[in-house]
Design a protein around this ligand. Structure first.
Ligand code: ADP
Ligand code: MG
Length: 765
């Protein structure tokens, strides 16, 4: 044992010490396979599962197929080459003086043969562990694990106990096998002994929850005497993960609350902007809109920045809520920026808002003393002159409400007094962007992030922990139901023609339809499309825990998947479909120039185009009440949240909507279960939960498409919801008591690490 640290500081350096110090040359393989450099990296490589212990038995109790550990003496050993295979067959006969058993090894290299021959000396006592097999009517163990034991009873007893423990099975690679990893970890544990490591979890908390210390947990998880031990350790690591993340978030909330903001109190009275707006609305606000609006009004009136996430299903009426917040801020002298994810949506939003505001949208109240708020649209498709004019109005304050994309928040764009930022569709506006926004001035603007992606509470607590959550639960009255059908042309080829007939019928009835494809052209998937490939399950997806990581020899490789259907092919195909003759078709996707997109959308809205063959660019916000039919091709390639968003594009008017999901997914597959969920429910929250059960929370939010992992490794946001909630309460208490974590250096270090990883992950948002 080379490391015998005596104090905590020394133990801290044990965790940070390079692996090579204890493992020598073996460290390189661990670096290559997993990127592990330090003792801590390797100690946190937790087993994927545990193999049941072998049954200790003697040679009289052998049963075929049983995993056994037998104590016996070597009676004889021999080696002979296997013709033409380049292998040596090494067999040993072991005995308990009465019965005997054959051990068989297939060896590749001469030096291993020598080594075996030397090891299996006659009379030597060993514990042999393996599965009992039969060969030519005789029982044998093939490649058993071998543990040599001494003559004395105690030694043999200890070996039996060891064999009766669960064996960790580690995530491994072809060359760095689980037993090799286990060996390396045992070396570290031997050096560590029982010295206590600096623990991110405060002792008080360990005590309260009955959890083992870090040192103890490493021993329990890597070398358990029984299942209960590794379970206890696993509980500890799960709680640690939740706790460290929640401490990071609690600190973040504290920091955010410490930045000053300008209070924008509500102007009361019948003549106020808000009162005039409400009076002119063509509908009455729902109770949900009123309540959420009330809460936002209160938060805007405080001198600390509002940071709220407004969740409301598609069509729940978020725009009006945002507008009312905007009016409060403008009336109090501030400006408002409203960000949409794309230029198409920004333009459409601006039009919707202009209609809703009526005369209030016009003259600039702020700069000119006029009556309206000065609504402006700033997009890349403006002429340089028009753009300069908008920028000037923003700088002077003449523009009260500016609609645009993220470009609005660029360095060069100056507001006179930015009081509120509204972000429509959060999942393209991650933590980094939120931070960039907040750090723009000494005074932070208020922030309202709106999303139609239903986010279960635990995801909100982990990924959006810096935002408060408001939910717009109740939809405005008078929406039409959308019926959903899964059409499988693989089983019924004629059904696809029925789909196009149905589209033709909708058009004949004066309605419009969307046909959505994953790709723009063959092989060119639309940006932001949450493309799913069930054939290549990710780290968390598809493969059952403990399933074979490598295909068995002889398993055929999975057939390559057909590339996803594209807008280009579909447009050609529909143009040639008899029942669609005379129907006006057009394409819409992210590669088109902004003005073409705008023109196409306008023509579709005006009814000059009947069927829009599009990518997911129509996913968010597009509001065309006359659109009643949605056809999604290769529907199983989309995530549930995305399908739900797409479905929200129809049924926005008086006529009932229909959603036809076209997919050849095989019955019983994961893809089929997604489609079935879509057919079964229109409740976005329920769909989000289904999605979460099958996938990782980062995938749901569209942020982990390139395989980037989130800060959550051991936790599943649905299953561990209770644990995450408890960790949050504990974290808040600790941060309130010691905001800088000065008294908790190990915790502070763990938080630092998680913040770094989290930001890597979330900046992709
Ligand atoms: P989303 O939450 O998806 O952004 P919108 O704000 O676009 O929803 O609202 C959907 C539709 O419902 C719009 O046409 C909007 O004018 C309308 N709407 C909003 N609030 C109400 C209400 N209280 N009563 C009736 N219709 C409403
Ligand atoms: Mg909207």
């Amino acid at each position: 044992m080379s490391v015998v640290p005596t104090n905590l500081a020394g133990m801290g350096s044990f965790l940070d010490a390079p692996l090579a110090k204890l493992l020598g040359r073996g460290a390189a393989a661990l670096d290559k396979a997993f990127g592990y450099r330090t003792n801590e990296d390797l100690l946190r490589h937790l087993p994927r599962r545990y193999e049941d212990p072998a049954t200790p038995t003697d040679l009289s109790g052998l049963r075929l197929g049983e995993n056994v550990a037998v104590m016996a003496r070597v009676a004889a050993a021999s080696a002979r080459p296997i013709q033409g295979r380049g292998l040596t067959l090494f067999t040993a006969r072991v005995t308990d003086d009465v019965r005997s058993l054959t051990l068989t090894f297939f060896l590749k290299r001469q030096w291993t043969v020598d080594w075996y021959q030397n090891a299996f000396r006659q009379g030597r006592m060993g514990l042999f562990t393996g599965t009992v097999e039969a060969y030519r009517g005789k029982l044998q163990l093939v490649h058993p694990a071998v543990l040599w034991v001494g003559r004395d009873e105690q030694d043999q007893e200890a070996a039996f106990i060891e064999a009766g423990k669960p064996t960790p099975v580690y995530p491994a690679t072809a060359s760095l096998t689980s037993p090799k990893i286990a060996g390396a970890i045992q070396t570290l544990l031997g050096a560590l002994g029982s010295d206590e490591l600096p623990d991110p979890l405060p002792p008080r908390l360990l005590h309260q929850r009955g959890l083992p210390s870090l040192t103890h947990a490493f021993h329990l998880v890597h070398h358990p005497a029984a299942d209960a031990e590794w379970r206890l350790a696993r509980d500890r690591f799960r709680f640690e993960e939740a706790y460290v993340l929640q401490v990071a978030l609690a600190r973040r909330r504290r920091e955010l609350a410490a930045v000053p903001a300008v209070a924008r109190p509500r102007a009361e009275g019948p003549g106020s902007l808000l009162a005039r707006f409400d009076a002119a609305l063509p509908f009455t606000l729902t109770q949900a809109q009123r309540q959420v609006g009330e809460k936002i009004a209160e938060l805007l009136a405080l001198p600390t920045p509002m940071n709220q996430l407004l969740q409301g299903d598609v069509g729940s009426g978020k725009t009006v809520v945002a507008l009312r917040a905007a009016l409060q801020v403008v009336a109090a002298g501030g400006q408002v920026a409203l960000l949409a994810p794309t230029e198409v949506l920004a333009a459409q939003h601006c039009q919707t808002i202009r209609n809703l505001l009526g005369p209030l949208g016009e003259e600039g109240l702020l700069a000119t003393g006029g009556d309206g708020i000065g609504l402006r649209l700033l997009t890349g498709s403006l002429t340089p002159k028009a753009k300069a004019a908008v920028l000037a109005d923003m700088a002077t304050g003449r523009a009260g409400l500016v609609v645009g994309t993220h470009a609005l928040l660029q360095e060069a764009v100056a507001f006179h007094d930015l009081g509120l930022v509204v972000v429509d569709e959060q999942h393209r506006f991650g933590v980094e962007q939120r931070d960039a926004l907040r750090s723009r001035a000494d005074v932070a603007p208020h922030l309202l992030v709106m999303t139609a992606t239903p986010i279960p509470r635990t995801v909100a607590m982990t990924v959006f922990g810096d935002l408060g959550v408001l939910v717009l639960g109740q939809a405005p009255p008078g929406r039409s139901p959308v019926s959903t059908v899964w059409v499988n042309p693989g089983e019924h080829p004629s059904w696809l023609s029925r789909v196009w007939e149905r589209v033709a019928e909708e058009v004949a009835a004066g309605h419009r339809a969307f046909v959505v494809c994953p790709a723009i052209e063959p092989g060119q998937v639309e940006e932001g499309t949450d493309l799913i490939d069930d054939e290549t399950p990710g780290e968390w997806g598809g493969v059952e825990e403990g399933a074979l990581a490598f295909p068995l020899p002889g398993t055929p490789p999975p057939a390559p998947r057909r590339p996803p259907v594209s807008v280009a092919e579909t447009l050609d195909k529909l143009a040639a479909t008899p029942c669609l003759q005379g129907v006006k078709l057009a394409a819409l996707h992210g590669r088109l120039p902004a003005e073409v997109k705008d023109r196409t959308m306008a023509a579709f809205a005006a009814g000059q185009i009947d069927v829009l063959v599009a990518t997911t660019v129509i996913e968010v916000g597009i509001d065309i009440p006359a659109a009643t039919a949605l056809v999604v091709l290769d529907a199983d390639r989309f995530g549930l949240s995305q399908l739900h968003q797409l479905r929200g594009r129809v049924g926005r008017g008086e006529a009932a909507g229909v959603c036809l999901l076209v997919s050849e997914a095989a019955a019983g597959s994961v893809a089929a279960s997604r489609l079935e969920a879509m057919v079964a429910t229109t409740d976005g929250f329920q769909l989000a939960e289904v999605d979460l059960e099958n996938r990782h929370e980062g995938d749901i939010l569209g942020a982990a498409q390139s395989g980037n992992r989130s800060a959550l490794r051991l936790l599943r946001v649905v299953k561990d919801a209770g644990l995450i909630g408890e960790a949050r309460v504990a974290a808040e208490a600790l941060v309130a008591e010691d905001p800088t974590l000065a008294g908790y250096p190990a915790l502070a270090a763990a938080v630092e690490r998680v913040v770094g990883e989290r930001e890597d992950f979330l900046e992709r948002g």
